[in-house]
Design a protein. Structure first.
Length: 464
């Protein structure tokens, strides 16, 4: 592993992100009556894509927007330019990750033509609302403007083909509604809202969600670890794994995710109760076993469309053993064009032979061959036995290499540490299939009680 590349600068990265930031700041006050500093931000975006096929259209769109006369087409072009810049940053960083890990990269297939494009009218309505947002700016939002998303979302939800766009739009509108009126905001999440606005706008275009037909995977799936993402009303567990095809072709990295809505009273190990019934893979992860797949659908981006009928539990499989033997040769999945964003980078890696140090600000870092890598212990979930203390005391770590706030960071998924003079593995997903751990049992019981009370109350409401 090329540890020296963790901190080696990338040519053009800062310039690309600076242009994105300049455009994002222009959205804060809105594009209805742009001020000189906003016009400068628009010009910075146009300058950043000069010399590309987008150059002429972006320059025209930036001029129109600077004059306060941008139409929908112009705003779409600006969103496309911003996405292209973030995509270029993503591509440079993924190439750097490939240099660090030495792993090959899978090839992407070309999406075919769609038989039909769903919901053209409702997507046009969503696009109009998003353009109104850009004109008002984040400081100009109010409840009336934000409420305009509600009928659009309601019209999208019945169509499964539009569920992705509807979910994004609904979540974005909810964040904006919680921040109204924008004029009173002390702090605006500039990058986040610009990311959401850009993505939502481009997903309203015909063909934006067009993908290749899923292929199938038959062979052995060797789990590496589980990334748990929890919010107040939802939880997701994403299993990262190495897949060994039955036909003997090269291994590759795949993911399998399961999500569930949740009440805010269900936390910690109780989250697994919501997720286990939806995916048998979690039980295998908890037991430290492989899964045998037979014709499991898998997308071009390496995401398994999980079907319990196409999987069965296999032999014991140690994630650290898998990482030491197979991970270095497994091909990384490709990324869909509109998903190319630095936040999407999550590359499984195995680190060994490091020294853990705590910096003055309390942040944990691993020092490998004199090179420092920040460790994001805030991402360690409460739904498992892995703790920041165990990470700091470890001698080997399986984790996800991410890019955050201008640097590579490591999200731990599992560690090997010494307990009573014996090397012991501790996994964030160890409780996924159930646990006898006292803390885990207590959390599961509390979750069971909470869910039972909620079901009883819901039943009474339905009977009333």
């Amino acid at each position: 592993m090329r540890t020296d590349l963790f901190t080696d600068p990338l040519d053009g990265l800062d310039e690309a992100l600076s242009a994105v930031d300049a455009f994002d700041r222009a959205l804060v006050s809105g594009l209805l009556r742009p001020q000189p500093d906003q016009a400068a931000g628009l010009e910075a975006l146009a300058t950043a894509v000069a010399g590309t096929p987008l150059a002429a259209r972006v320059a025209e769109a930036a001029d129109k927007a600077a004059a306060g006369a941008a139409g929908e087409d112009h705003l779409v072009v600006l969103a496309a330019a911003r996405t292209a810049l973030m995509g270029s940053v993503h591509d440079a960083l993924t190439e750097r990750v490939a240099d660090i890990t030495g792993r090959p990269r899978a090839e992407r297939n070309t999406p075919g033509a769609a038989a039909d494009e769903p919901g053209a009218n409702v997507l046009a309505a969503a696009r109009a609302w998003l353009c109104d947002l850009a004109r008002a700016g984040w400081q100009g939002i109010d409840h009336e403007l934000v409420a305009g998303a509600a009928p659009v979302v309601s019209a999208m939800l019945p169509d499964l083909r539009l569920r992705r766009q509807a979910t994004l739009l609904d979540g974005f509108a909810a964040e904006l509604a919680a921040s109204c009126p924008g004029a009173t905001l002390d702090r605006v999440p500039v990058r986040r809202w610009a990311d959401l606005w850009t993505r939502a706008l481009l997903l309203t275009l015909p063909g934006a969600t067009r993908t290749t037909a899923p292929s199938t995977a038959t062979g052995r799936l060797l789990p590496l670890g589980v990334d748990v993402q929890e919010h107040a009303t939802a939880v997701q567990a994403q299993v990262h794994a190495v897949f060994e095809p039955a036909d003997g072709t090269e291994p590759r990295l795949l993911r399998a995710a399961v999500s569930a809505p949740k009440p805010d009273t269900v936390v910690g190990a109780g989250l697994w109760q919501l997720l286990r019934p939806r995916m048998s893979l979690l039980a295998a992860v908890g037991e430290g076993r492989a899964m045998e797949l037979d014709g499991m659908p898998v997308t071009d981006e390496g995401d398994l469309v999980w079907d319990d009928e196409r999987a069965r539990t296999g032999e014991p499989a140690d994630p650290f053993g898998t990482a030491r033997v197979v991970l270095a040769t497994a091909a990384d999945p490709v990324t869909a064009p509109l998903d190319r964003h630095p936040a999407r980078i999550a590359a499984p890696v195995l680190l060994e032979g490091y020294t853990a140090e705590e910096e003055d600000d309390g942040r944990l870092v691993f020092v490998l061959a004199g090179h420092r890598l920040a460790v994001d212990t805030d991402r360690v979930p409460a739904a498992g036995p892995l703790t920041p203390e165990a990470v700091a005391a470890s001698g080997a770590c399986l984790g996800l290499l991410r890019w955050e706030a201008g640097e590579f960071v490591l999200q731990p998924l599992a560690v090997e540490t010494t307990v009573r003079k014996k090397t012991t593995a501790i996994h964030a997903g160890a409780w996924a299939g159930g646990t006898t751990d006292k803390a885990g049992v207590r959390a599961e019981k509390a979750a069971t009680d909470s869910v039972a009370v909620l079901r009883e109350r819901a039943g009474k409401l339905l009977r009333a």
